[in-house]
Design a binder for this molecule. Structure first.
Ligand SMILES: [Zn+2]
Length: 92
């Protein structure tokens, strides 16, 4: 998956038909008790990020978790080149 690799490319918004560069990631803190990472809900341009954040928050209660898994609130993270997921700071 490579979700924890440094970010060195320009992703495109995940909304179908939108080809704006993605500047935000919608994600939630996830842990299974031993490791912690971001559960990625998608990356979006500045126009779509907020509505997709709301949508991900509505969908989150349906996500099934395994034993010992915990997921934090869905938040908006600014994508910063060269920064790993674990170093991203929520902005909304
Ligand atoms: Zn978009």
């Amino acid at each position: 998956m490579g979700h924890d690799r440094p970010y060195h490319y320009t992703p495109v918004c995940d909304v179908e038909g939108c080809d704006e560069p993605a500047v935000y990631k919608v994600a939630a803190d996830w842990t299974d008790g031993t490791q912690r990472e971001l559960k990625n809900y998608g990356v979006y341009c500045s126009h779509h990020a907020h509505e997709e954040l709301e949508e991900a928050r509505r969908r989150q209660p349906m996500v099934r978790l395994g034993p010992g898994e915990l997921v934090g609130p869905v938040q908006l993270y600014e994508l910063i080149e060269g920064r790993r997921d674990a170093e991203l700071i929520p902005v909304g």
